[in-house]
Design a protein around this ligand. Structure first.
Ligand code: HEM
Length: 211
């Protein structure tokens, strides 16, 4: 599927856009009025970093469809950067929670895991992102060969876990998590559709060879 002229933004611009939430957070910690962290700054930081990690994870998953729609392979150069930013915000989200909310107390963490089971799901998503971040270098890509692609398909399960983690903790208004779930369903549905298409073409090709 090609045709729509949609060139990717320059890498420096994409990098800056992904870094803006971090800049906002730092401004908030420094007490700048333009970045108000509200009456409960630690809670706000936990929410903000979690939401940013999820947003960037979905942006990472959007890169392949954009590449396919535009036919411009340069889009793919943004994928690794966006994925690494998603991991960085997810790691920050965990750090804010563990250090500022729980004071690194294992006893507190134990209580939280019982009281808020959605934390298990978030932890699984973060642990899943770790090997992807560690193997994101060109060297690891070459070393793992085809296994790299198989490993990086983990990102689909991680995105499902991340949306689940978000939806589970919302008590009343489920509209926003449902919107995220719908966006993820479209992104994964597009891949499934393409995979089926390719399989059908391959099997048509091999049956043509036989006849
Ligand atoms: C060990 C890993 C993680 C822990 C301990 C954790 C913990 C938390 C906590 C305590 C909250 C706030 C819940 C509340 O206020 O009731 C939260 C919210 C959230 N987390 Fe996580 N999380 C983890 C991993 C992740 C990951 C990997 C993602 C996404 C990639 C993520 C995305 C979110 C989102 C979107 C929210 C909701 C933010 C909002 O309400 O605006 N979390 N998480």
């Amino acid at each position: 599927m090609t045709g729509l002229r949609l060139p990717p933004p320059p890498r420096a611009l994409a990098f800056t856009l992904a870094a803006l939430p971090l800049a906002w957070l730092v401004a908030g910690i420094m007490g700048l009025p333009a970045a108000d962290l509200g009456p409960n700054p630690v809670r706000e930081m936990t929410h903000f970093t979690g939401k940013t990690a999820l947003n960037l994870l979905l942006v990472t998953l959007l890169v392949s469809p954009l590449r396919s729609i535009s036919g411009d392979a340069r889009w793919l150069r943004l994928r690794r950067m966006m994925g690494l930013w998603a991991f960085a915000y997810a790691a920050l989200h965990f750090t804010v929670y563990a250090v500022l909310e729980l004071d690194l107390s294992l006893a507190e963490l134990g209580k939280e895991l019982v009281k808020r089971p959605y934390i298990w799901v978030g932890a699984a998503a973060l642990l899943g992102l770790l090997p992807l971040a560690l193997t994101s270098t060109d060297r690891m890509m070459r070393r793992l060969g085809r296994r790299w692609q198989t490993l990086h398909r983990l990102v689909y399960a991680i995105a499902i876990l991340a949306v689940w983690h978000y939806a589970w903790q919302v008590k009343a208004d489920l509209r926003e998590p449902l919107l995220y779930a719908a966006a993820l369903a479209v992104l994964l549905g597009w891949r499934l559709h393409r995979w089926r298409d390719r399989r059908a073409k391959t099997s048509r090709g091999s049956s043509a060879q036989v006849s």
